[in-house]
Design a protein around this ligand. Sequence first.
Ligand code: FMN
Length: 183
Amino acid sequence: MDVIDTLLNRNSHARLTEPGPDEEALSLILRAAARAPDHGRLRPWRFVVVLGERRAVLGQCFAQCLTINGISDPARLEKAANAPLRAPLIIAGLVHAVPHDKISREEQGHAVAAALHGAQLAAESLGFGCIWRTGGYATDPLVIEALGGAPGDQVVGFLYLGTREGPSKLLPDEPLEAVTHYF
Ligand SMILES: Cc1cc2nc3c(=O)[nH]c(=O)nc-3n(C[C@H](O)[C@H](O)[C@H](O)COP(=O)(O)O)c2cc1C
């Protein structure tokens, strides 16, 4: 797909099924992510690929987060446990901020967000569906630890990737006048 086409037509898709990206496609997606703009080349991103049975392990971790926070509603626990099963493959994009006197943690988080957008666009151009999710789990220390992150790391996004199931949603009009002006 042409780059402009991909940029203008990217569309999140929540219902995802097999097949997910294979090793070759995943490598392209991650390489695209790692080409994101990155002030100081600090490489503040960490990508954790969750697939196959490991998705259920992540789901158990999500459910445990709720339990620790006093939530015992079985429906909520089940929903949390099943959440990672909504796609064949998930990329968790973490910010692992590097101490720096000029480049803030916030700015490093922006680089990770740009990386995840690059991954989404690459997935889209390869024909996969994708959706970026966060939720309370993204900042939960239990999840960060389970993903192999360091204390203080944060999940900027869980990218759920797979083959689109069902029709794509309509792209909204984007009235640029409302968000753009000339200085
Ligand atoms: C930082 C971030 C976090 C998000 N978290 C969620 C989420 O937890 N659940 C969700 O349904 N959508 C979430 N979204 C929104 C979807 O990824 C998607 O952008 C939205 O459904 C609009 O669809 P579109 O990307 O096709 O415009 C998040 C987006 C961003 C950028």
